[in-house]
Design a binder for this molecule. Structure first.
Ligand code: ZN
Length: 229
């Protein structure tokens, strides 16, 4: 079973399309949340997720776009959420509103659990590479996962422990690890064995930046894409 694992697409259609091209064939696509927010193309990103049958959890930006509640977001994120909310139609907004906060899948005997933030705070906790080594045993124990997939930080990692593995595929649409290329993972599960291939795909940042300006999103959301931060 070949899994495409992504997170934090953030309405960046160009990056999402490049990842889908670059990934080649896969059996199942999984997303750890934040399909929308920040970027210029929420409708087409949601459409692509529906078409390709992605299994997805809700992220904090997805939830905020559905409810309109931007409390706790910085001003740029909040403005982008409001614009994304206006750009979406009812059908796509309702689809986002139905996303669960936790996903549990059994893939050839391997228990895969997905959250955007963390098991104890599914939407909002940031689990960075520094913290995950301390939290791995607790999180794998409490979820019973062999493979726990998290998003939210936009920073990729693979953390192995005796109980299993925690991964974050990084961000497709707004990487923050100083590498501007879209970040994602191909995870192969075969006879109970899990192998991880962390990949980067270069995409046309100029085109997204011009779409961001066209939709009158904050300019900083375009410039940061060039630096991957
Ligand atoms: Zn995000």
């Amino acid at each position: 079973m070949r899994l495409l694992v992504v997170s934090d697409v953030h309405s960046n259609l160009q990056a999402l399309r490049r990842v889908l091209e670059d990934a080649g064939l896969f059996d199942l696509a999984i997303c750890a949340g934040d399909i929308v927010g920040y970027g210029p193309d929420p409708i087409k990103c949601v459409e692509t997720f529906v078409e390709r049958g992605f299994r997805c959890v809700a992220g904090n930006h997805d939830a905020a776009v559905v409810t309109g509640d931007v409390l706790g977001f910085n001003p740029y994120a909040a403005e982008a959420i409001s614009i994304n909310r206006l750009l979406l139609d009812d059908e796509r907004r309702m689809w986002l509103g139905r996303l669960p906060v936790r996903l549990m899948l059994n893939i050839e005997g391997v228990k895969v659990v997905v959250f955007h933030g963390s098991p104890r705070d599914p939407l909002n906790e940031y689990v960075f590479p520094m913290e995950v080594s301390h939290l791995a045993v607790e999180f794998l124990d409490v979820t019973g996962a062999d493979l726990l997939i998290l998003g939210h930080t936009h920073v990729p990692y693979v953390q192995r422990s005796g109980l299993g593995m925690i991964v974050n595929p990084g961000s497709v649409g707004q990487p923050r690890d100083l590498d501007p290329r879209a970040s994602y993972m191909i995870i192969e599960v075969e006879e109970g064995e899990v192998s991880i291939d962390h990949r980067r795909a270069e995409y046309d940042v100029d085109e997204v930046a011009s779409r961001i300006r066209h939709q009158r999103l904050p300019d900083v959301l375009a410039t940061r894409l060039y630096y991957g931060r």
